[in-house]
Design a protein around this ligand. Sequence first.
Ligand code: CO
Length: 411
Amino acid sequence: MPKTSVSSLLTWLDQSPTPFHVVLTAATSLDSAGFTRVTELGNELPNLGYLAHDGCIIAWRLGSAKGSLRIIGAHTDSPNLRVLPQPDIHQLGWSQLAIEIYGGVLLNSWLDRDLGIAGRVVDSSGVSHLYSAPQALARVPQLAIHLDREIGDKGLHLDRHQHMTPVWGSTKQSFSQWIRKVTEVADVAAFDAHLFDITPATLLGVDNSLLASGRLDNQASCWSAIEALRIASDSDHTAILVLNDHEEVGSNSATGAAGPMLSSVVSRVSMQHGLHEGQQFDRLATSWCLSADNAHAIHPNYPERHEPRHAPLINEGPAVKVNGNQRYATSARGLAHIRSIAESNDIPLQTFASRNNVPCGSTIGPITATQLGIEAIDIGMPQLSMHSAREMCGAHDPLHLVSLMGAFLQR
Ligand code: CO
């Protein structure tokens, strides 16, 4: 077991309501482990360093010119509700906020929750300021059962536009006034404002063996990767960690996995190691990327949704994800590599494959493999309720994931 504890994950989750805050939390953790922030790639890279931009952070621990690359990737974003630029709605005695649904939200899970607001404002000079207001500010109220008699037979039907609009007061409110007050920035030119459930992350269960929180997909992987990089020892291999934004909406952005940030850092590292173009190609051919994004644990109430021989159990370790149609990048060679790492370090490891009639999502694994021409392995910590406002995983699995990632960086 690594010298880390799951309580640090709980703190991380509470401090990170948006991708911008994930980057800040990760950077703070790296700072305390002796990593240096760089703002440009033009200068000599420090041995332990990181580059952060908006919702993406890339950190590295440089190895030698003869070593190859061990990359770990995860994503900083989670499905949520986001306040639109002109949000004020005043009707029927209510103040409401116009919102946009980001990613594949489980809509029902956002009903009747006390919601805070966090994000960043950009001032008139273009400078970003992060803010977080973890108070009960807004709520998406569910319709009473007496006014929805069909709900029992037909189920809950939510119109994505009409029914997800939160209330945030019974007096006339101005969002721009509120955000100026809460951020103490006088010249707010624009903002990002994400709603989030203010209930703190917690251990759960009579045996405290479970963990409930928002944004476990995929901040549990982000936290594990940062912990693994912090405690890694020096190696000939260069360890690179990339936490990308916008995975939940397809990864096509400057800070997403299809953007250039990772490949820029990889080229810069090779340049510093004095490798010419052919040698850079050879290095990539012997390098590995571990793409971490949570997996679906088998659900006791819906076991039929799983391929029975490839259904991960809770608290039995991370699962390698396999999909021949390349929704996941893992090949037989990748599976053999990660299995051998897990076995030689006594780390439990499972395998996930989806049923042919329940297609799986994708991850940044295949995208990174395509961008860099590097072999990627998809793994994920098992969880339930993926994309709910309040997800759940095993309390022991994050530590198994840190162990696996740490061993991956050394091999
Ligand atoms: Co995910």
